[in-house]
Design a protein around this ligand. Structure first.
Ligand code: ATR
Length: 263
C-alpha cells in the first residue's frame, strides 16, 4: 500500500485527499492519500517517515513550502528558483522537492484563453504562492509585473528572487491587463479588497487564487466591471495532476467527476 499525505496548517479544508484518492482509485493503484495538520516542529518526523518508506510522497501547503527546503536532498530547478516546494518525491532514495504550483498556474492561465504575452500584470499579495506565480508569468513572457502587499517588506523580499518586478505601495493600482489576488482576502464571504479599480477599463482578466468561495467579492467586482474572471480551482487541479504524475507516472484525467469534487 502506497501512502501519501498533504501537510499544512490549517489543513482541514484541503480537497487534495478527495482529488488524489479519486485518481488513485480510477487508476487501480493500491494507495491512500491523507491530510495532516502540523506544527513546524513536526516536520522532522514526517521527513523520517519518507526516509523509511512509511510514506511515499507528500504535498506541502501553507505555511511550510519554504520551511521544508532544509530537510530535502535535492530541489528541482523551479523549486530552487522560487524557494517553494509543494511536492516531495523519492528519487534514487533521495528526497527531491518539486514545485508543481508553477505548472498549475501556467495551465490554468492558458485555459482562460486570455493572451497574457507582453501584458502588464498586477499581483496583490506576497505570500508563499507568489514566487510560483511570478515564475509562471515569466515563462509566459508577460511584460511588467507589479506587486503590492500590505506588509511591503514581504513584497520587497521577492526582489531577491526576481530582480525586475516592481513593488508598489498598498492602495495603489497601476495600469494592468491582468490582476491576481494572491492574498487570503476573500476566504470569508464578506472580505473586500479595498483597492479602487474604477479607472480600469473592461476586458481585463481578474484572477483569484481562492477557489472556495468560487466567486470572491474581488471576482464579483471584476465581472461587474466587464472583465473576464477565473478562480483558483483549475490551478489547484493542475498542480495536483502534476504531483500525481510525478509519483505514479500517470497523467490523471480531469473530467466532470473531478470538477464535481468542488461542488
Ligand atoms: P504566508 O504569508 O504565510 O505565505 P499566505 O496565506 O500565503 O501566508 O499569504 C497571505 C497573504 O494575504 C499575504 O500577502 C498577506 O499580507 P501580509 O503579508 O501583509 O500579511 C495577505 N493578507 C492576509 N490578510 C490580509 C488583510 N486583511 N489585508 C491585506 N492583506 C492580507
Amino acid at each position: 500500500m502506497k501512502r501519501y499525505l498533504v501537510i499544512g496548517n490549517p489543513i482541514k479544508h484541503s480537497l487534495s485527499p478527495e482529488l488524489h484518492n479519486y485518481w488513485i482509485k480510477k487508476n487501480n493503484i493500491t494507495g491512500i492519500y491523507d491530510k495532516k495538520e502540523l506544527k513546524i516542529s513536526d516536520i522532522e518526523n514526517v521527513i523520517s517517515k519518507l526516509k523509511n518508506k512509511e510514506l511515499n510522497g507528500i504535498n506541502i501547503t501553507v505555511p511550510f513550502k519554504k520551511e521544508i527546503i532544509p530537510f530535502l536532498d535535492l530541489l528541482s530547478e523551479e523549486a530552487q528558483n522560487t524557494q517553494s516546494v509543494n511536492t516531495i518525491n523519492i528519487e534514487d532514495n533521495k528526497l527531491v522537492g518539486h514545485n508543481t504550483d508553477i505548472k498549475g498556474f501556467e495551465l490554468s492561465i492558458k485555459e482562460t484563453k486570455f493572451d497574457i504575452k507582453n501584458k502588464d500584470i498586477f499581483i496583490i499579495g506576497a505570500g508563499g504562492v507568489v514566487s510560483s506565480i511570478i515564475c509562471a508569468l515569466k515563462k509566459l513572457h508577460v511584460s511588467k509585473i507589479f506587486v503590492c502587499n500590505r506588509t511591503k517588506e514581504k513584497a520587497e523580499n521577492l526582489k531577491s528572487l526576481f530582480k525586475d518586478i516592481k513593488i508598489i505601495d498598498w492602495g495603489e493600482v497601476p495600469k494592468f491587463d491582468v490582476v491576481i489576488n494572491a492574498t487570503s482576502l476573500g476566504l470569508q464571504e464578506n472580505d473586500n479588497i479595498e483597492l479602487d479599480f474604477s479607472k480600469i477599463k473592461g476586458h481585463k482578466l481578474f484572477y483569484d487564487i481562492i477557489y472556495n468561495p468560487k466567486e470572491t467579492n474581488f471576482l464579483k467586482l471584476g465581472k461587474n466591471l466587464g472583465n473576464k474572471i477565473q478562480n483558483g480551482q483549475l490551478m489547484f487541479i493542475y498542480q495536483a495532476q502534476a504531483a500525481f504524475e510525478l509519483w505514479h507516472g500517470i497523467k490523471p484525467l480531469i473530467n466532470n467527476d473531478v470538477i464535481e469534487i468542488f461542488d
